[in-house]
Design a protein around this ligand. Structure first.
Ligand code: ATP
Length: 252
């Protein structure tokens, strides 16, 4: 039985009269990628924001490991083991790749204890940053200025920065956005490597990547889950075909 590292129960987020996320229940399991797909406006980003604490749910619960983290701040949820990459980049462009990853590794220390623990924790922070750099395949680029590396490498760097906080659960929002074929293939390989020991939520529009990566697939339309299962089950679902996949294919 796969281990559930994050579970969301009956999550709802209303903006005025609009239920952007409507009664969504899902689990993220260790060593598995759970992809969430759906047309523009389906509620995928809102769902990610609810899981990371960037938005408070109108109703429902989020459990991370054994803790109920509903209503916690993003910083507290991050320290509890959830890492997320943002569509909007958090990279400091004038700094080197290594400096960015190291700063991210440091950010995990609680604010109040930071100065006290600084001296003792330098070694620990460096080790964490080294490991994240290696996992993300960025060691050869460690001294490069972040603003000068390719778009694909910047997305790798964002993931390295997320990994530097040592999350057990990873939320990745469109990690392949804007990538060419070669960069996208490299990112797919990276995500497959990261699957080990992590539970991953992947929001992605690139259907080839989704079907190459996902162990479990959830389809959202208008804030609601219309199907959830293995990629094969979802692909065969008539409702999904007419609501989403068929429409994609029809538009090429
Ligand atoms: N802060 C907000 N205030 C009001 N409405 C919002 C807000 N954020 C999102 N929405 C609305 O909620 C719905 C879901 O939006 P969301 O961005 O979560 O969809 P999405 O599936 O991530 O779309 P995309 O694939 O385009 O990123 C949309 O109708 C959107 O306009």
């Amino acid at each position: 039985m796969a281990e559930v590292l994050l579970s969301a129960r009956q999550l709802t987020k209303r903006f005025g009269g609009l239920a952007a996320v409507n009664d969504v229940t899902l689990d993220l399991w260790r060593d598995r990628i759970h992809a969430v797909i759906g047309p523009n406006g389906a509620g995928k980003s809102t769902l990610t924001n609810l899981l990371s604490g960037d938005l408070r749910p109108t109703a429902g619960q989020v459990q991370l490991g054994s803790r109920d983290v509903t209503g916690w701040s993003p910083e507290k949820i991050s320290r509890a083991g959830l890492g997320r990459s943002y569509q909007k980049t958090n990279i400091f462009l004038p700094f080197t790749v290594w400096e960015n990853v190291r700063l991210a590794a440091q950010s995990r220390l609680p604010q109040a204890a930071r100065w006290l623990r600084l001296a003792a924790s330098v070694g620990e922070v460096n080790t964490r940053a080294e490991r994240a750099l290696e996992l993300a395949g960025l060691q050869p680029r460690r001294e490069a200025i972040a603003g000068t590396i390719s778009h694909g490498e910047q997305r790798q760097l964002e993931i390295a920065m997320t990994l530097a906080t040592q999350p057990q659960v990873l939320l990745l929002d469109e990690p392949l956005a804007g990538m060419g074929t070669v960069e996208a293939e490299r990112m797919v390989e990276l995500l497959l490597r990261l699957k080990k020991d992590h539970a991953m939520l992947l929001v992605e529009h690139d259907m080839d990547a989704v079907f190459a990566l996902a162990d479990h697939l959830t389809v959202m339309v208008n804030g609601q889950v219309i199907a959830s299962g293995t990629p094969q089950e979802v692909r065969a679902d008539a409702g999904v075909q007419s609501a989403y996949l068929g429409e994609e294919e029809a538009h090429g």
